[in-house]
Design a binder for this molecule. Sequence first.
Ligand SMILES: Nc1ncnc2c1ncn2[C@@H]1O[C@H](COP(=O)(O)OP(=O)(O)OP(=O)(O)O)[C@@H](O)[C@H]1O
Length: 311
Amino acid sequence: MNQPVIAVTDLAKSYGEVTALAGISLSVTRGAVLAVLGHNGAGKTTLIDILSTRVRPSAGTARVCGYDVVQRGRAVRRRIGVTGQFAAVDDALSGRGNLVLIARLLGAKPRQAQARAAELIASFGLEDAADRPAGTYSGGMRRRLDLAAGLVGAPQVLFLDEPTTGLDPVSRSGLWAVVEGLAARGTTVVLTTQYLEEADRLADHVVVLGLGHITVSGTPSQLKARLGNRTATLTFGTELALRRAVDALARLGLAAGRTGLVLSVPLSGPGDIPVLVRALDAAGAPLRDLTVTEPTLDDVYLSLHRTAVAS
Ligand SMILES: Nc1ncnc2c1ncn2[C@@H]1O[C@H](COP(=O)(O)OP(=O)(O)OP(=O)(O)O)[C@@H](O)[C@H]1O
């Protein structure tokens, strides 16, 4: 029942001397969002290009919707949508014209093509600009049109290569909402991104590519948990309270970093907070404020990068 929609086994791609993918394996289930992260040249676009049948692998296999990307390219293409950093939008045509043209190329009758274009224009909030040339669109509108173009054929799988690069925060979060809606309705999404916040927000699963290998893979929570701990930030009203707190924390075996009247304490588990609060209370060290911060994917990424540089 829960057959993977994307199944990749030992996939490799070389361009002459350059190894873009060195043999990677992964799978993605229906309605899941996979985020592919990695530095420039890590192989992200090559992976998307192979899965969307634009590039042939040198070795290994990849199946999309059950079809081999090399042997059944047409069957794969009929089931996928692709949007990219280099949008295939015709600037001279209107937004509507672009969508109608794509629908017609996919075999829709003129009426159906018009209806599909109108539907997408409405769901991407492009009504006001629908009938002017796409060349006059802002970056955010262009991205929305590009994404709409990738959805004309109601694909089962959508590939997004850096979908929000260069967008302002409002356009970015609008696009995130669209992607979330698609995934909730069962579309499987593979996106590459440079933004860890984007992966954290959208992805069920993250793979980090480095020099053509998967260097780390897991849910955003698993990746953050691997890195370690939440931190409690404790703010005190007086020097006396802070000194009492340092002593109380030492008795609990917790080391604290100090900045002014603020202590940062790495936590090891969810039970730490009540223990901490009771100990401070008992020590006569009243808290003025307490916040708990989770590690971010940025922390994971930077830590991986440091490890890679060190080795
Ligand atoms: N057509 C090509 N010919 C030769 N080398 C290529 C070709 N396409 C990609 N490469 C090389 O393969 C490696 C992986 O490139 P790829 O574009 O997949 O990386 P990426 O992770 O998408 O990078 P970016 O974040 O910069 O887009 C790079 O070293 C790149 O120079």
